[in-house]
Design a binder for this molecule. Sequence first.
Ligand code: MN3
Length: 242
Amino acid sequence: MENGFTRREAMTAAGAAATLGFLSSFLATEALAQHPQAGGGTFVHKLPPLPYPEDALEPVIDKETVKIHYEKHFAAYVAGLNTALENLEKARASGQFDAVKGLSRDLAFNGSGVVLHWIYFTTIGPKAGGAPAGLMADMIKRDFGSFEAFWKQFAAASKTVEGSGWGVLAWEPFSKRLVVLQAEKHQNLTSWGAMPLMVCDVWEHAYYLKYQNRRPEYVENFAKIIDWKKVEERYAQFCAAK
Ligand code: MN3
């Protein structure tokens, strides 16, 4: 995995945005780097398996929404990321970078879509919800004052994303603090260097079948399926600054 990360980092130098720094470290995980491809070449991403049955998030998120979201939308971002990487490899091979602006956009859009959906689906689950305990509880209290204040900010940010996007709890290594961000689409309004730990997908495809235009109700119910132990595991895995 280490090699895949290093190689991939080197190969995506065209997209030098810091976003790719965290992208690479996420994509190097067991969830997405399922085939190390020791022979080199452009990294081919695969849709990781859904870690629970499609109906496991009922009644907060219905089975049909999870099925479409995972098998259609998430899969499309994986395919789009692979296409962008392939086309960038072709551009490097030919030395023709006329299309690099669009390809860089495709890389950022689809790559961010893959990372955020992976975090989304692996940070929620059945038998979850409530308030965090342990390290996450301590960090949230330190950086937001209280869990209640954090949740109000996170929910407000998620509800008010203009158009399609995300509410994001992220770790910012620069300040060594947790921050709440909004992301428009997948990649706009992000703060480079911040590592997403827990996210709420507020694209309509994530909730429309059950909630229609009632995004606030979906966001409030989302609290019932956040798995804070997973959030802490992600922090420990990628972010612990020692
Ligand atoms: Mn989505």
